[in-house]
Design a protein around this ligand. Structure first.
Ligand code: AMP
Ligand code: MG
Length: 419
């Protein structure tokens, strides 16, 4: 059989084809404590002002500012303390002429008072204190509604729920949060050379590293993953497993078997499933054979078996698809610029992605490959927090060149103490 002719498409176009699919998860409600990592399915509108009442941001004394007029070091003014309240309490007193209420952080301003003198700004006596500076109305008072007023959109539909969003939802009393469901994911490693982690090595065999890696990548973005057992390079059994996985999941990720070799059965499997192949060749290295297909609203990601290519494929195609399905506003990888600190001589017509370490050294962002970087490399992935993106061309790149860098995993970021 002649080798199938494939037509490479630019990486940008490949990503666009993936996220253009009309595949969306349904809305649901989750408990606030379970909502981290979900995407909001509705705008969240402020139902009351924050702060809810004028309050003291400090421990101090609530006074009428006008009573402090003319105060100075030579002319200290005395106040009589008529009440004492902590956060959560409301004073029943009205603050009058040269009177004060001792007030703790977060407590509501008593009636009549319009300024707070911090404890450190006073000299205390028996039921009294003096101050040496004049205050203006509003000094040291957090005003009702200064952060949000009723009707403000405080979180937008499509926002990823992070810790700050959880704080906002808690503020407004959301015990249940409107979100889009997370897609279910099946991971299937294919290859007759593959052994499980616990297996003894045998001649010609290697351990399956892609399966656990892809599972971890998906779990890192909060997804539930079913990992299937390793599939031999056998059309019939692989087809049956991919089919079953596709029927019960929103996303099926296979690794390996997607090329044009004698035992690469994924192209045939897509055909047998009547899947629409969005592309099967991308102008990128590594992972040019990466294939994405869709069958019955299920995404089928055929990632290359080469570990670096597999990792790159997940970052470039799977992640944006997941965020797209979940209705997120931000779906693309974050890209920054950094100075390349090593020559990269190898020219290639395809865009090259290199697992890399990006660092801010206090002056500038710099980036270096994170280790041995052929497409089969594994170790460099573990030391990377980013991927250098080198546009295709007939020349290599020299140290000092400014390159675009995709941020991938900030947990691998080595950082000096620059704070
Ligand atoms: P393939 O994409 O099936 O042609 O595989 C490309 C290369 O990746 C081969 O050297 C495979 O042995 C290797 N490979 C395939 N699957 C895995 C896997 N799950 N873990 C580690 N290496 C793999
Ligand atoms: Mg293979």
């Amino acid at each position: 059989m002649p080798v199938e002719k494939r037509h490479p498409i630019p990486v940008t176009e490949a990503i666009q084809r993936v996220v253009k699919q009309d595949i969306f998860m349904d809305k649901t409600q989750v408990k606030l404590n379970d909502s981290l990592g979900y995407v909001l399915a509705e705008d969240i509108v402020a139902t009351y002002e924050i702060p809810r009442f004028d309050k003291s941001p400090y421990d101090g004394f609530a006074i009428r500012a006008k009573d402090s007029e003319g105060a100075s070091g030579d002319h200290r003014i005395e106040f009589k303390v008529i009440d004492h309240i902590g956060a959560g309490s409301v004073s029943e007193h009205v603050v009058g002429d040269h009177e004060a209420v001792r007030i703790m952080t977060g407590a509501a301003m008593p009636e009549g008072a319009d300024a707070v003198v911090m404890l450190e700004q006073t000299t205390e006596g028996e039921g009294t204190f003096t101050l040496r500076k004049a205050f203006e109305p509003g000094d040291n008072v957090s005003k009702k509604g200064e952060e949000t007023t009723v009707g403000d959109v405080v979180l937008q539909k499509g926002q990823h729920i992070n810790a700050g969003a959880i704080a906002v939802l808690a503020t407004y009393g959301y015990t249940d949060v409107p979100v889009y469901q997370k897609p279910s994911v099946a991971v299937i490693a294919t290859g007759s050379e593959l052994l499980d982690v616990e297996d003894e090595l045998e001649p010609g065999k290697i351990r399956n590293s892609n399966g656990p890696m892809v599972q971890a990548l998906a779990e890192k973005i909060g997804l539930n993953v079913d990992t299937y057992k390793i599939q031999q390079d056998d059309l019939e059994s692989s087809l049956a497993v991919v089919k079953e996985a596709a029927e019960s999941h929103d996303i099926v990720i296979t690794t390996g078997g997607v090329s044009v070799g004698d035992y690469d059965y994924l192209p045939e499997i897509y055909q047998q499933l009547n899947a629409e192949v969005l592309f099967n060749k991308v102008a990128m290295r590594p992972g040019s054979v990466t294939t994405v297909a869709v069958a019955d609203d299920t995404y089928l990601f055929g990632l290359s078996g080469n570990p670096s290519a597999c990792y790159t494929g997940f970052e470039l195609f799977v992640k944006p698809a997941v965020f797209h399905m979940m209705g997120a506003t931000r779906i693309y990888p974050q890209v920054v610029q950094a100075t390349l600190m090593e020559d990269f001589k190898k020219a290639n017509p395809f865009t090259r992605f290199i697992r890399a370490t990006v660092t801010f050294n206090g002056k500038a962002m710099t980036v270096v490959p994170s280790g041995f970087n052929k497409s089969g490399a594994v170790v460099a992935i573990a030391h990377s927090n980013a991927m250098i993106m080198l546009p295709g061309g007939s020349r290599g790149y020299q140290a000092g060149y400014t390159v675009n860098v995709i941020l991938t995993d900030s947990s691998a970021l080595e950082a000096e103490l620059l704070i």
